[in-house]
Write a protein of this length. Structure first.
Length: 194
């Protein structure tokens, strides 16, 4: 077996642009190029990676979110996990990893948070679904949370918010601390599009 994966080690990696709720910057590359070890965007999840992932998820009760508490990308504020198999490594956002192990991360798929919680990794119709960039953008527009001009600020805001949310639930689910950190006191009002 490979050695235990430390997802926090992902913070030392070059940030990988990932589809979020905005369009990615023009000219961005999804393939990290300057790595000292081989990188594979198709490396399957290893049992160690799945174990490391699961150990960093805090579940709100009932129909609540499942929150990632591992590494968070300074670039976009989403969770990040890096795993290795032999000499090869792969980095994904935490929510894409959740879709990957649910066997829903096919080519062109982007994760869409119906619960408006960027750290949520619960693959569920009310939380995280496999979507397309176009559908994801339509949903963001309908929720009033898009605008390419404010993308950078939005990402910085999301990073700060994600750090606060992670700290709030680091010791286990805490509804009061989560509400304070996230600004989500209840499931957000979102339009029913589909
Ligand atoms: Zn959720």
């Amino acid at each position: 077996m490979s050695s235990r994966t430390d997802s926090r080690g992902g913070e030392s990696f070059q940030d990988v642009p990932l589809p979020g709720l905005e369009l990615p910057p023009r000219g961005s590359s999804s393939t990290p190029s300057s790595r000292s070890r081989p990188y594979s965007s198709t490396l399957p999840p290893t049992p160690a990676a799945i174990h490391a992932f699961s150990s960093r998820v805090v579940k709100a009760p009932g129909q609540g979110c499942w929150l990632w508490t591992g590494a968070i990308s300074a670039g976009d504020g989403y969770g990040r996990i890096t795993w290795r198999h032999g000499a090869t490594s792969r980095t994904e956002s935490a929510h894409r990893f959740a879709l990957l192990i649910a066997d829903q991360l096919t080519v062109g798929v982007v994760g869409e948070h119906r619960c408006n919680e960027p750290l949520c990794v619960r693959v569920d119709e009310g939380h995280l679904i496999a979507s397309t960039q176009a559908a994801n953008l339509r949903y963001a527009v309908a929720c009033g949370r898009t605008g390419i001009i404010r993308t950078l600020l939005h990402r910085q805001d999301r990073h700060a918010r994600s750090l606060a949310v992670r700290a709030a639930v680091a010791g286990g689910w805490n509804a009061v601390a989560y509400a304070r950190a996230s600004g989500n006191t209840a499931p957000l009002d979102t339009p029913q599009l589909f």
